[in-house]
Design a protein around this ligand. Structure first.
Ligand code: NAP
Ligand code: GLV
Length: 307
């Protein structure tokens, strides 16, 4: 039996899953079932201790790309296979999000917005795409496609990952020393890194200060990447010109947080790339077939690595 936990869109997912997996018996939270019969779970943001009730659980499919909420919990035994979504329509959305922030900064919409508020008609010097150096943190399923798409549009793109990567027209580097060398050469820093022990506060006060004055930062990965206090200090010193944040250490961002009112910060409520139910279910069904045939499955999470 497959058990579904997706309270926001339960009926929709249930229908799609049942159509894609006609031979499976599918139950939905909070339906009471014979918990011993449940071998597979499809879930997003399951509550604490949710998985404890399923003694014969074999596989969990997440309805998202990031798996941080599925790790460091004691209700998922080591032997359970964790499979996340890979792209499933998110890379296109992530490219749009990155491009929106990039254009807002490069075409100086932040400055024109401020000028408009005080009725100033003042053209700013033209800045071309080829004069706007973009660095992408994370070259996985999403970051790699963002990097390729931005490079195609004429931006000089660098990318940073854990292991060495090679992407056509993208200057790829890895390792912390390389990151420190790259940051001073970056006009727009876009992060699409997962939340792991290693990425926690990777962008601390020292690294953020390596960005050139008037640079921009866009974070669509996870909020734990950034030391938010350090970022606020740097913004208040007018070191960074524009910051677009989709993810935060605490979500929703608390109402009293200074980011809300900061003139250099644009906030979105964790919407950079949404899960598309049709694509997610098609991918889960295909992955179930691969698993059943004993074949490798894309998106299988390395729980020790954290992504
Ligand atoms: P992925 O395919 O696992 O890619 C992760 C990338 O991050 C890889 O390139 C990996 O390096 C790199 N990385 C991980 N730890 C690193 C470290 N310590 N140092 C340097 N690079 C490191 O993941 P994805 O599918 O692209 O998704 C990335 C993240 O986006 C998700 O985990 C999630 O947090 C976030 N996300 C956000 C939204 C949103 O709406 N805001 C939507 C979807 C996803 P290697 O290539 O060397 O392995
Ligand atoms: C959303 O943040 C995801 O990880 O899919």
């Amino acid at each position: 039996m497959l058990y579904l936990y997706a309270p926001d869109q339960q009926d929709h997912y249930h229908r799609l899953l049942q159509e894609a997996l006609p031979d499976w018996s599918i139950a939905c939270w909070p339906q009471e079932v014979n918990a011993e019969a449940v071998t597979h779970v499809v879930a997003w943001k399951p509550p604490v201790a949710f998985f404890q009730r399923f003694p014969n659980l074999q596989v969990i499919f997440t309805l998202g790309a990031g798996v941080d909420k599925f790790l460091h919990r004691d209700d998922i035994p080591e032997h359970v296979t964790l499979i996340r979504l890979t792209d499933a329509g998110m890379a296109q959305q992530m490219t749009e999000y990155a491009l929106y922030g990039l254009l807002h900064y490069q075409r100086q919409m932040d400055i024109y917005r401020q000028q408009q508020q005080v009725g100033v008609w003042q053209p700013q010097p033209t800045r071309l795409a080829k004069q706007t150096r973009v660095t992408i943190l994370g070259l996985g399923q999403l970051g790699m496609q963002v990097a390729q798409n931005l490079a195609r549009l004429g931006y000089p793109v660098s990318g940073w990952s854990r292991q060495a990567r090679s992407i056509e027209h993208v200057h790829c580097v890895h390792g912390c020393d390389a990151l420190d060398r790259l940051l001073p050469e970056t006009d727009v820093l876009f992060s699409i890194l997962p939340a792991t022990d290693e990425t926690q506060h990777l962008l601390d006060a020292r690294r953020l200060a390596l960005l050139p004055k008037n640079a921009a930062l866009i974070n669509a990965g996870r909020g734990t990447l950034i030391d938010q206090e350090a970022l606020l200090n740097l913004l208040n010193q007018q070191h960074l010109r524009f910051v677009l944040l989709d993810v935060f250490a605490e979500e929703p961002l608390p109402a009293e947080h200074p980011f809300w009112q900061h003139p250099s910060v644009l906030i979105t409520p964790h919407i950079a790339a949404d899960t598309i139910p049709e694509e997610a279910v098609a991918q889960i069904a295909a992955n179930m077939q691969l698993l059943a045939n004993g074949l490798p499955v894309p998106g299988q999470v390395d729980r020790h690595r954290g992504y």
